[in-house]
Design a protein around this ligand. Structure first.
Ligand code: NAD
Ligand code: GLY
Length: 358
């Protein structure tokens, strides 16, 4: 939906326990001061970013807030998944407290999924929860991480193990910010985008293969957000349907962990989708041709399809190093391109799935 006839900004609404807009378009950083007060009564904003994004975009964001009469205080954490930790999260909470941020103030998360997940978790827990607004600056965060209210940090035992569901008041996605993304970081976003097509929209998937995401970036971000918003509206707390958004993630997270987080999330998810499609086809859960489709899509966007780790290493990382005596895991399989379902596996089943994946 266009805001009005002449405004280039697109708006997608998320209808979860909270209803909020995702604004998409070029130049939105300069409009934060205009747009933010539509969705929060806060007059003071704690802008939480990382030290790569900070010099690139924080001055413009803060200027826009201040021009609208809002006060902005700024905190930059070190960039990178290896800093998505309890310790960094604690430092954000301390910053909020030292800056005398109150319950009627607001956190603004500026950056990729790492900054967004951590700032969101800080907003969810600081003084038992304060408003927050997402300003994603990576293709991945705009298309996936900033929408849907999952916030988290990693623990030594695995990814995103401490977190909260906490919906933002609004998401302001300035697609011009992608122009400074390193090629690999842009590619991370292509992986989650392909995931959305594979699990939920065959026509979108074919559009992605036949065109170039970069050339249609606003349209691609918008369709990603629409797909994710529809799933989140149905199952915000991941009791059922939302699990399909984890296609490629069980083994993708294992790859990230095995690499000591040197392999990025998007790259790991790409390989994870290839592995899941291979295992699903081999074990009869996946539709014929789904592996070929995933492989072709990853190759089209230069994403890695081969896994450097053994089945044993992946299984250990996926389950935690200690042997489990019970429990199960829901893995996502493609019945066909555009249609995903979950299959519940016990630990032996997961072992067989992991072996069939390689
Ligand atoms: P990221 O936040 O680490 O960003 C990647 C790199 O790009 C970082 O070094 C960052 O500083 C830099 N960067 C960010 N914006 C930039 C810009 N415009 N120009 C130049 N450099 C820029 O990684 P990501 O891929 O955005 O996010 C991955 C994270 O998101 C993972 O932790 C993953 O678990 C999480 N995630 C969360 C959800 C969710 O629903 N909450 C969904 C998907 C992924
Ligand atoms: N990225 C998975 C989810 O948001 O549920």
């Amino acid at each position: 939906m266009k805001e009005n006839g002449s405004d280039p900004m697109e708006t997608v609404m998320v209808n979860a326990s909270a209803v909020y807009p995702v604004y998409i378009g070029g130049g939105l950083l300069d409009r934060c001061g205009e747009l933010l007060p539509r969705h929060t009564a806060a007059r003071r904003c704690a802008v939480i970013t990382d030290d790569t994004v900070c010099p690139l975009y924080a001055p413009r964001l803060c200027r826009s807030l201040e021009a609208a009469g809002l006060e902005a205080v700024l905190y930059a954490v070190p960039a990178g998944e290896q800093h998505k930790t309890l310790s960094t999260y604690g430092s954000i909470l301390n910053f909020l407290a030292e800056s005398r941020i109150t319950r009627s103030d607001c956190v603004v998360a500026l950056g990729g999924g790492v900054a967004g997940d951590m700032a969101g978790f800080a907003a969810a827990t600081y003084q038992r929860g304060i408003d927050f607004v997402q300003v994603p600056t990576t293709f991945l965060a705009a298309s996936d991480a900033s929408v849907g209210g999952k916030t988290a940090v990693d623990l030594p035992a695995g990814k995103n193990l401490a977190g909260a569901f906490w919906q933002p008041k609004a998401v302001l996605c300035d697609t011009d910010t992608f122009s400074t993304l390193p090629e690999d970081a842009f590619r991370d976003g292509t992986a989650e985008t392909l995931k959305h097509g594979l699990i939920a929209d065959k026509d979108f998937f074919h559009f992605l293969i036949e065109t170039d995401m970069r050339e249609n970036i606003d349209k691609v971000v918008r369709r990603n957000v629409e797909i994710k918003a529809a799933v989140v509206a149905e199952d915000e707390r991941e009791q059922g349907r939302r699990k399909i958004l984890n296609f490629g993630h069980t083994l993708g997270h294992a790859i990230e962990k095995c690499s000591g987080y040197r392999v990025s999330h998007g790259h790991a998810v790409a390989t994870g989708m290839v592995l899941a499609a291979r295992a699903a086809e081999a074990l009869g859960y996946g539709g014929k041709g789904t592996l070929a489709a995933v492989l072709a899509a990853c190759e089209r966007y230069g994403l890695p399809t081969a896994c450097p780790y053994s089945a044993g290493e992946l299984y250990a990382a996926a389950t935690g190093d200690k042997k489990r005596s019970g429990g199960h895991i829901d893995v996502v399989v493609l019945r066909e391109v555009g249609r995903a379902e979950t299959v519940r596996l016990d630990m032996e089943g997961l072992r067989a799935f992991t072996e069939a994946a390689l």
